[in-house]
Design a protein around this ligand. Structure first.
Ligand code: TRP
Ligand code: ZN
Length: 850
């Protein structure tokens, strides 16, 4: 990595590129270390742009030759790109460059993975392939010729010709360079087809390494379901003759929406019942949908600049969550999303890495593919939909698609279509995009003479660079229940727009029990004094499934916080209520599983910190263990029956209903394992014919510090399957006791199958370590030190993945001096590393500013 002084880029500095790119011709002569890329690009002056020097981005490229209008030219080269005197009017720029895919371990640009060539260009990887105005508002049609001996040669668009050792592709849809893709390898395909509602036949393929053919069927089914869903719900059809998906083992993220050629981390597309869990199946279905949906929200309409990233990501996440809700259970999906939002986004929003959903500056854009941009970005769309109603939402979307098709658009463009359709101003609402931090919403209630009044007070704590916060528009879905459990006020949406606001309900015969923020209608933290009786009442009676679950969570959290801060025993109100839900066969198993699910230990640290307490990771762990143990004892009599009732017979299918039953079954098994020494889990481990149940049994054993035989057996059974091996690596670290976690992780790094160049394997060990709250934050400091050792090593190989994983330290300042000093020392050690990447430098610097 070259250590050029990291430059900050600002949204306010946006200027359009001085030229329009009319077309791009690329020829690739593939070679592991000497790939030639020959480009021919037609530029024409952009009448809407200010005068500027002609500059093309380019990094780590060996320039062989360059020509303008057929005449050799001598450009000025820098570490960032090339500049050259541009002729007036239209001209053709040609260049030949050499790159080395085999030694490209950053997995950005053109690289090799298991002998196959593949690309990753978002956000700024295309500049590592050839000289180009690598920015999303420069859109062009691409014609690509791939020359290589590989049997399969793919690029974007439709195939125009192929022959011995070459293939040519043409993408008729203008696109930014970040959507470019190329794949070449000895691949096999799982083919299918889809007929669009206007009668066009589309060829579909999932391309995989030999041996993975049997893991494609589910992904293909998900793709077809996504195509149909987008036609039905958003009226969006696919627009090329062919849609290809490729599975790649070495990949920095989940998947990439390249036009007509989506590239997937193999963990996000390959699935089979024997090797994948229910969670894997659900995630694969969602990611396939996500990338497919990008074809309209991202590709046909793209982003003007990277500050607008949420324009495509927030909306596409929102769309894939709607899809999952339709395909599976809407309440279960909502609860999963909120758990994830609180665990990752609230955590980010409350610490040194907090940034607006639309940031206004960055050093390295790769560091802004965050939970805030994606998940909070999606929450904003959900709020908008709730505020304007379904009908106007879809009207606005139709307008967005017609008005902006082919555009590189902004958040302003997006909000404008809603303003035009509804006639309401979204000026205040826009603060959700520009202001960071999670609003806290205090609620007070009053009941007098049949009138019930709720007073809301909102406040957002300061975030880096934003001290003062203006009030937000907060849609609050509210219901009121009578003392007998009947709903006296069905769900209505209150719109809080001021710092403090009152809402009254008249004609009530008795004080109602409020169900506030139903369906989690806004990403805020609700602060309300309430009683356990009321929480138990809502858990029993609320008609809103989200708030019903939330009431149970609140009970559990209150009990845990009390145990941690005062040493009190688990609250019997919670134990009774949870046991009642567990035994209640009229409730869906998936819901019962969610009520039995423990609260994340990092979430508890977050909550303690927010009430002015210094979280002690070991105390949080101990209280969580005691709680789990008490619940198991409390339910002891029923466990055998519940286990038997939730055990499915017959062949495994990855449907939502079965998954719900298995999730419940797994919770019961973990409780049984706390009491029977592991007999039940061992039996389930050996008998399991699917990964969900096999892994549930292994996890239950590991959580009780046993299961070494099963760990070995699992290894022997699955050592040939790299995706299952990732599970083997991660589960051992995830379930290790606090004092052992770092040791387990360290010893796994010496395993012959550990490979730090593979992001999945690296994350399997170190992602799991970072998520093992009491293990990572162990008082010995071993977790902090071990992760730092490996991040320093990885940074020289893969800056993008290193930088993302630095986020493990983002909460360090929450903890007491012994912990935080140890963590800080490791951050400083990382920062002092010679030749540290810009990616990692930015992350560590931001974290240390806290
Ligand atoms: N746009 C991709 C998505 O959300 C994510 C993405 C961004 C990505 N940068 C990447 C994927 C780098 C892989 C590597 O679907
Ligand atoms: Zn996306």
């Amino acid at each position: 990595m070259t250590q050029s002084s990291p430059e900050t880029i600002y949204l306010k500095d946006y200027t359009p590129f001085g030229w329009i790119v009319e077309n791009v011709h690329l020829t690739f002569r593939l070679h592991p270390t000497e790939t030639r890329v020959i480009s021919r690009i037609t530029f024409a002056p952009n009448p809407d742009a200010p005068m500027q020097n002609f500059f093309l981005n380019g990094e780590n490229l060996k320039l062989v030759s360059a020509m303008i209008n057929g005449q050799p030219c001598a450009p000025d080269l820098s570490a960032e790109g090339l500049s050259v005197e541009a002729p007036a009017g239209r001209f053709v720029f040609e260049a030949e460059v050499e790159i080395s895919p085999e030694t490209n371990t950053a997995l950005e640009g053109l690289y090799m993975s298991n002998g196959m060539y593949c690309t990753q260009c978002e956000a700024e990887g295309f500049r590592k392939i050839t000289f180009y105005p690598d920015r999303p508002d420069v859109m062009s049609t691409f014609t690509v010729r791939v020359e290589g001996s590989e049997p399969v040669l793919l690029s974007n668009g439709n195939k125009s010709s192929n022959g011995d050792g070459f293939a040519e592709w043409h993408d008729p849809w203008p696109k930014p360079a970040y959507l470019f893709a190329l794949v070449a390898g000895d691949l096999v395909n799982h083919p299918d087809s889809f007929t669009t509602r206007s009668g066009k036949d589309i060829e579909l393929n999932i391309w995989v390494r030999k041996g993975d053919e049997g893991k494609c069927a589910f992904g293909m089914q998900a793709l077809k379901a996504s195509m149909l869903w987008d036609e039905k719900v958003y009226g969006r059809e696919y627009d090329l003759d062919i849609f290809n998906i490729v599975a790649v083992d070495d990949f920095n993220m989940g998947a990439m929406e390249n036009k007509g050629l989506n590239i997937f981390n193999s963990s996000c597309v390959l699935a089979s019942p024997e090797t994948s869990t229910d969670d894997n199946f659900e995630r694969i279905e969602a990611i396939i949908a996500h990338e497919y949906f990008h074809n309209w929200t991202g590709n046909r309409i793209t982003c003007r600049d990277w500050f607008q990233l949420c324009l495509k990501e927030g909306l596409t996440v929102y769309r894939d969550s709607q899809f999952t809700a339709d395909m599976r259970s809407a309440p279960v999906k909502r609860i999963h999303d909120v758990i994830d939002l609180r665990g990752r986004q609230f955590r980010e929003d409350g610490g040194p890495l907090a940034h607006p959903v639309r940031p206004d500056s960055f050093v390295e854009i790769n560091n802004f593919y965050t939970a805030t941009v994606y998940e909070k970005g999606a929450e904003i769309i959900g709020m908008l939909k709730r505020l304007v109603g379904d009908q106007d939402y879809y009207k606005a979307l139709d307008l967005y698609f017609t008005r902006h098709d082919g555009d590189a658009a902004t958040i302003e463009d997006w909000l404008k279509v809603f303003e035009d359709v509804t006639g309401r101003s979204l000026k205040r609402f826009k603060r959700w995009y520009t202001s960071a931090g999670t609003p806290r919403l205090k609620v007070k209630e009053k009941f007098k003479n049949g009138r019930y009044t709720l007073t809301f007070k909102q406040e957002t704590p300061p975030t880096p660079g934003q001290k003062q916060k203006k009030p937000r528009v907060i849609p609050i879905a509210l219901g009121l229940l009578g003392p007998n459990g009947d709903e006296v006020q069905p769900t209505t949406v209150l719109e809080v727009t001021k710092r403090q606001q009152k809402f009254s309900f008249d004609g009530l015969t008795s004080k109602p029990i409020p169900s506030i923020l139903r369906d989690f209608s806004a990403p805020v933290i609700l602060e309300r004094e309430t009683s356990n009786t009321e929480r138990a009442f809502l858990l029993a009676h609320d008609t809103d499934p989200f708030n019903k679950w939330e009431a149970g969570q609140a009970l559990r959290r209150a009990s845990l916080i009390a145990s941690i801060t005062t040493g009190s025993a688990p609250d019997s109100a919670f134990l009774d209520a949870a046991a009642r839900v567990a035994r209640d066969d009229s409730l869906e198993p998936a819901f019962r599983a969610l009520v039995l699910q423990s609260v994340g230990q990092d979430d508890l640290a977050q909550e303690l910190h927010s009430i002015g307490n210094t979280p002690d990771p070991q105390a949080i762990y101990d209280a969580s263990e005691t709680m789990a143990q008490s619940l198991a004892h409390h339910l002891a009599d029923s466990l055998p029956r519940l286990y038997a009732d939730s055990t499915l017979s017959g062949p495994y299918t990855p449907d939502a209903e079965g998954a719900g039953k298995r999730a419940f079954n797994a919770r019961i098994l973990s409780m049984i394992t706390r009491m029977d020494g592991g007999t039940r889990a061992r039996a389930q481990f050996s008998a399991a014919d699917n990964m969900t149940q096999q892994l549930a049994a292994l996890n239950a054993l590991l959580a009780q510090d046993t299961g070494s035989q099963e760990t070995l057996a699992f290894f022997e059974q699955w050592k040939g399957d790299r995706l299952v091996m990732d599970k083997w690596f991660s589960t051992q670290v995830a379930f290790a006791a606090p004092e052992k976690a770092a040791l387990v992780a360290q010893s796994l790094t010496t395993h012959p199958l550990f490979d730090m160049k593979n992001p999945n394997r690296f994350r399997a060990v170190f992602g799991a370590l970072a998520m093992n709250h009491a293990g990572f934050h162990h008082a010995s400091g071993k977790g902090y030190a071990l992760l730092a050792d490996w991040l320093i090593k990885l940074d020289a190989i893969n800056p993008q993945t290193t930088a993302r994983m630095c986020a493990a330290y983002q909460t360090y300042a929450r903890y007491d001096a012994p912990h935080s000093t140890l963590a800080k020392a490791q951050l400083e050690r990382i920062l002092a590393t010679k030749g540290l990447s810009r990616d990692t430098e930015e992350m560590v610097t931001r974290i240390l500013k806290d």
